[in-house]
Design a protein around this ligand. Sequence first.
Ligand SMILES: Cc1cc2nc3c(=O)[nH]c(=O)nc-3n(C[C@H](O)[C@H](O)[C@H](O)COP(=O)(O)O)c2cc1C
Length: 179
Amino acid sequence: MSNKILVISASLNPASRSRMMASEVFQQLPDNADKEFLDLRDYDLPICDAGACYSHPLVAKVQAKVKEADCILVAFPVYNYSCSAALKNLIELTGKAWEGKIVGFVCAAGGHSSYMSVMGIANSLMLDFRCLVIPRFVYSEGSSFSAEGLSSEKVKERLKELGETGLQMMKALLPTAVV
Ligand SMILES: Cc1cc2nc3c(=O)[nH]c(=O)nc-3n(C[C@H](O)[C@H](O)[C@H](O)COP(=O)(O)O)c2cc1C
């Protein structure tokens, strides 16, 4: 086991707020952590068709990144009280690579009321792939951001805590963890 943490940004919006949160959580992880940032904007992935898509070279690339990680922190936009189609598509494309991962969630929404939107994807990862879902997630809406970016100290603190919890869970669960 490598004790690797993968931070995924699953918004395709160039001005994404969840990407700002993903960057923050990534930066807050210790410099010596084995960490990697995967931005779905950098991967023109096919839509899952349960067939030919699995032979696409980019699918193999993202699948390898998911597989290599022990802990995955996923940042996504809330769309229609759920995660972005880009995230759902990634999970459909990479499927079993998620098996047994420690997974945490970060989400950006337009309003306060969609905070349960994380549950669909959390349940699916937990039940389909036996992921261990970190029992804290970071949810924020527009008031946490200024023109310069993520401005809320409270959200920054919560992102730091999420990363720390991911590290602690790796340490507790992986016999070889040195984090
Ligand atoms: C298609 C679409 C659906 C949305 N659905 C919701 C929703 O159900 N609940 C909500 O609070 N915000 C919703 N929003 C607002 C987004 O969650 C918000 O703009 C957020 O910042 C998007 O994340 P991003 O900036 O990382 O792309 C929606 C936005 C779009 C474009």
